[in-house]
Design a protein around this ligand. Structure first.
Ligand SMILES: *Cc1c(COP(=O)(O)O)cnc(C)c1O
Length: 384
């Protein structure tokens, strides 16, 4: 990639990452559960009000833990969006459960609560909600539906670290929630994730599942003489090196969030004219949402115009990407899951959405260059 290209994403070091890693090495604990791991977990608990946070290798791991903890087994149905990352569906399919894909709301891009209610069957056990672009719209209604129908609510808050809805942290509405620290996310440790446990009754089993099905966590606290095998589980806990890196990012989380919101607002203001001219639609964020600037997306009128814009921007060195390919009609989705209804909004949004560069290495000038290049491309386009 040429030097003056604007990449879609570039991970940044924001503070004490290298010093923390050196500290961890000097401290002599590099596996899971060292001082940086504990520090990150306590910090995530403070941020979300969760009773227990467990650092994992990835959000995918945290989703697999969540589905295990929700007791999903063969034939159990878990309602989720089709417009989401594949890990939600594989976590369910791994347990023999059935992902049931429902449509999204075309404004929030989150699960449509009415479509969720319509998809509930006697086999439904859980709802797995995503906060697309850190927008929490609908999570209160999903929590109410799950409460009334006796279902477990799991929040995939991979986009939503530090974001709020109705003044409440995202990740605090479900029994369980997951976070991602993949290099494309707001806070990163390369790969990384966390499971947030909001139901105290699930904490003990979560500790066992996270540590190969053993009671090693109790042993480490001196609550038992030796640790032994109790349950199924896996090796889900992140290494201390990962936690050392993440800890520095968590220390700067307020600055990171503020900077991403500034960049977001600059795109939003810059693209207003193109929206008024009917060339694209900008995100609509209700006042109840305290978003974190994770994604700036636009919606084009159709897939062809999106293709033309992606290619046009790329010819000026600007890298943009679309997002989820709907799960319900992917080969895996057809094999392991099923769609509830016809999902018109999912199909439409997936073919028209485009994400613009968003990361900490972006300058105001970069944002202005993206906006100006979009204007040149979209205003001169001949649209019949
Ligand atoms: C990134 C992402 C994941 C997966 O995160 P990993 O940490 O890469 O496993 C899951 N769900 C959503 C909504 C994501 O955006």
């Amino acid at each position: 990639m040429p030097d003056d290209d604007i990449p879609f994403n570039r991970p940044s070091v924001v503070g004490d990452e290298y010093a923390n890693i050196a500290d961890a090495v000097r401290g002599g604990i590099l596996s899971a559960g060292g001082p940086f791991s504990r520090r990150c977990e306590r910090r995530l608990e403070e941020m979300t009000g969760s009773v227990r946070a467990i650092l994992t290798h990835t959000c995918t791991d945290a989703l697999e833990m969540a589905v295990l903890l929700a007791g999903i087994g063969p034939g159990d149905e878990v309602i989720m969006p089709s417009f989401t990352f594949v890990s939600a569906a594989t976590a369910v399919a791994l347990r023999g459960g059935v992902p049931v894909f429902v449509d999204i709301d075309p404004v929030s891009l989150n699960l449509d609560p009415e479509a969720v209610e319509a998809a509930i069957t006697p086999a439904t056990r859980a709802v797995l909600a995503v906060h697309y672009a850190s927008v929490g719209t609908g999570i209160d209604r999903l929590a109410e539906i799950c409460e009334r129908r006796g279902l477990t609510l799991i929040e995939d808050a991979a986009h939503a670290v530090g974001a709020t809805y109705l003044g409440r942290p995202l990740g605090s509405f479900g029994w369980l929630a997951t976070l991602s620290f993949h290099e494309t996310k707001n806070l990163t440790s390369g790969e990384g994730g966390a499971l947030l446990i909001n139901d105290p009754a699930l904490v003990a089993r979560a500790e066992v599942i996270a540590d190969k099905g053993t009671d090693r966590a109790r042993f480490e606290r001196g609550e038992t003489q030796k640790y032994v095998w109790h349950d199924i589980g896996s090796s889900f806990r992140a290494s201390e090196l990962t936690a050392a890196f993440l800890s520095a990012q968590l220390d700067k989380q307020g600055d990171i969030l503020a900077r991403r919101r500034e960049l977001w607002a600059r795109y939003h203001a810059g693209l207003e004219g193109l929206e008024r001219g009917g060339r694209l639609a900008r995100p609509r964020i209700p006042p109840a949402c305290g978003t974190n600037g994770h994604i700036y997306y636009i919606l084009l009128p159709d897939e062809d115009r999106r293709r033309t814009l992606i290619d046009g921007l790329l010819s000026y060195g600007i890298h943009t990407v679309f997002h989820y390919v709907p799960l319900h009609d992917s080969p895996g989705g057809r094999r392991y899951g099923r769609a509830s209804g016809s999902l018109p909004h999912t199909n439409s949004i997936a073919s028209r959405i485009l994400r613009l560069p968003m990361h900490l290495a972006l300058s105001e000038g970069d944002v202005d260059r993206v906006v100006a290049t979009m204007r040149k491309n979209l205003e001169t386009a001949e649209w019949g």
